[in-house]
Ligand binder design. Structure first.
Ligand code: ADP
Ligand code: MG
Length: 334
């Protein structure tokens, strides 16, 4: 081969290697950011991929809504609440089974049958009642997670008055489901956030770990307050936060929060302002975070320390200031 042919051949090889590298780069994709509203809240989803997946994400969120939203009158949960003869689907069963496990772990602090109390106190899909002790006691008789079972894909209730509310676990489940759907299409780096519940994997568009903020629990029904109490940096995490600073109202001087203690039948009243929980799934973290809010800080720490895959970060009001208490193996913040 003469010199000129040799140079041409080398140039071609170099060009094809260049093309190959360029192609590999193209396959790596770029970061997309999708956002919108679902379950009465906002979602923000970032992922690295070769194409926009927003349509798939919306379809996925609608599947969860069609199974678990009490505000969607044709959802499976609404039809079960109206005692129609309807079979559960995979989404419903996965969430129901996890809800029952968290009820057992929390000694009934988390309870998917809390719906009639949630409605009566004005946080549900029905009109608020004028609550008295008698009314509370009477409604409380219809509440109890042992009053419902899944049998052969059907929910069997002890009485027709038993009603289900999956609001405290559905957002977490939706995060798991969207993350799984994205990963199934080849996504490795993602951050799925729905109303404060989060699944994070891999890295962000700057090739750094994802940063997740824990909000300062300052009363704010607008959801605009963004001051942070702490930050977490992570490349693998399922996390959920429950709090009584965004969904509450005042009855005279009495603050009524949207977390109901199934044991008293009333909205909880204690100094635990927010509970952030990590677990193997965001669905489990979500349900556990609500259970923590019912239990209060000391019992919540005891429960979380007894669960192998769970850790928590609690913010408590103490003498006009905020105090943080964490479970024994919490390492995500300094
Ligand atoms: P957030 O993430 O908005 O703070 P949660 O995950 O704690 O909310 O869910 C609160 C909702 O869960 C309430 O609005 C109500 O519908 C329902 N809920 C209230 N108390 C309980 C309870 N003890 N167990 C299960 N669900 C509850
Ligand atoms: Mg929850």
């Amino acid at each position: 081969m003469d010199r000129r042919k040799m140079i041409t051949a080398l140039a071609l090889v170099a060009l094809s290697i260049g093309l190959l590298v360029w192609n590999l780069d193209e396959d790596k994709g770029r970061f997309f950011h999708n956002e919108g509203r679902i379950f009465g809240t906002v979602y923000h989803i970032q992922y690295e991929h070769t194409q926009d997946m927003h349509d798939t994400i919306i379809a996925c969120l609608e599947e969860v809504d069609n199974a678990l939203s009490m505000f969607n009158t044709s959802s499976i949960i609404s039809r079960i609440n109206r005692n129609e003869d309807i079979a559960a689907n995979q989404d419903f069963e996965t969430v129901f089974i996890q809800a029952q496990e968290v009820s057992r772990l929390s000694n009934g602090a988390f309870d998917i049958t809390v719906a009639p109390l949630v409605n009566a106190w004005g946080f549900g899909f029905e009109n608020q009642l004028d609550m008295t002790q008698e009314k509370t006691d009477s409604i409380r008789k219809t509440v109890g997670y042992e009053k419902v079972q899944l049998e052969n894909h059907h929910i069997v209730k002890q009485s027709k008055d038993v009603c289900l509310d999956a609001s405290a676990i559905a957002k977490g489940y939706a995060c798991d489901k969207v993350a799984e759907r994205l990963m199934r299409s080849g996504v490795k780096n993602l951050l799925v956030e729905i109303g404060g519940e989060v699944v994070a994997k891999g890295h962000n568009s700057k090739n750094a770990r994802w940063t997740i903020g824990i909000t300062k629990p300052i009363d704010d029904t607008s959801g605009q307050q963004q001051q942070l109490q702490d930050k977490i940096q992570t490349s693998e995490l399922c996390l959920a936060t429950s709090g009584n600073y965004r969904n509450f109202y005042y009855d005279g001087s009495q603050k009524r929060s949207h977390t109901i203690d199934p044991r008293t039948g009333c909205p909880v009243r204690h100094s635990l302002l927010s509970a952030t929980v990590t677990a193997h799934s965001c669905m489990k973290a979500d349900a556990l975070a609500t259970a923590c809010m019912v239990l209060g800080d000391t019992a919540a720490l005891q429960m979380i320390d007894s669960i192998k895959d769970a850790e928590c970060y609690l913010i408590i009001a103490e003498n006009d200031s905020l105090v943080v208490r964490t479970s024994t193996h919490w390492t995500l913040t300094e």
